[in-house]
Design a protein around this ligand. Sequence first.
Ligand code: ADP
Ligand code: MG
Length: 294
Amino acid sequence: MVAVATNPVSRETVELGSPLPPPLATRTIVVANQKGGVGKTTTAVNIASALARGGLRVLLMDLDPQGNASTALGIEHRTGVPGSYEVLLQQTPIAEVAQRSPEAENLFVVPATIDLAAAEIELVPQVAREQRLKKSVRRFLDAEPVDYVIFDCPPSLGLLTLNALVAASEILIPIQCEYYALEGVTQLMRTIQLVREELNPDLELSTVLLTMFDARTKLSSQVGEEVRNHFPEQTLLTLIPRSVRLSEAPSYGTTVLGYDPRSVGAKAYLKAASEIARRGAGLDGYSARRGRSA
Ligand code: ADP
Ligand code: MG
């Protein structure tokens, strides 16, 4: 069922640079899945770039010590460059460490350096250790009300991811279309529930994105169907196909939108970003923030 290929959204093309509707209020979205290699970073950077190229003001915070999102957005992140570590541990204001990405005029990035690996441990004895990012983000937004704040997380449910889950009001889970796709998601859902109960009652799973979809395999379709049955409201109609261009782009310090805007990967992320923006603007029958049918 769920004949995704026949859905009009997957046929229509979203032009690079055509304006996207702003959200009703700033959206803070954490891209999370404790599984590595499912497309978190690829999703975070391409969605951020697509939204910014659509005219929206976007801040991306790289919270993975690997700094892959920083690399993909053309941002320097060698040791010594101030970024997420300084925000979390030294309370350096976000505005002081954010850099403009060459991707788009409206795209700002807080880089992650390898120092951030130590933050996971150094945060443990800190007062209100789960709330530090939330405070920084609030302070930033008071002065700079951007449209979107997107957090790229490491593949774990440690204090870095936890800080993002407390700072954000929405979660976007990329799910790779492969065996056991939903296995890790069950654990993530338990964590989300705990965070909602103890630390951030506003947190909602608003968006699920199917990644690395391979139309030639039955498995991809089966996984896609299973995920849609689980998250019927949250799963975007757009699927991200497997595309070599998507994996090549980061080595050029750009997203696929900069590297090969005509590729299937670029088109898919443009469509996904358009769906996200339209939902956030209360269009397509979705309520503003919760990803639920209005
Ligand atoms: P994560 O951040 O969850 O660890 P990444 O976004 O870094 O995952 O993706 C893991 C690897 O898969 C990277 O090498 C990336 O370039 C590649 N990749 C991600 N999405 C796709 C896709 N749709 N098609 C092909 N390769 C992809
Ligand atoms: Mg990553």
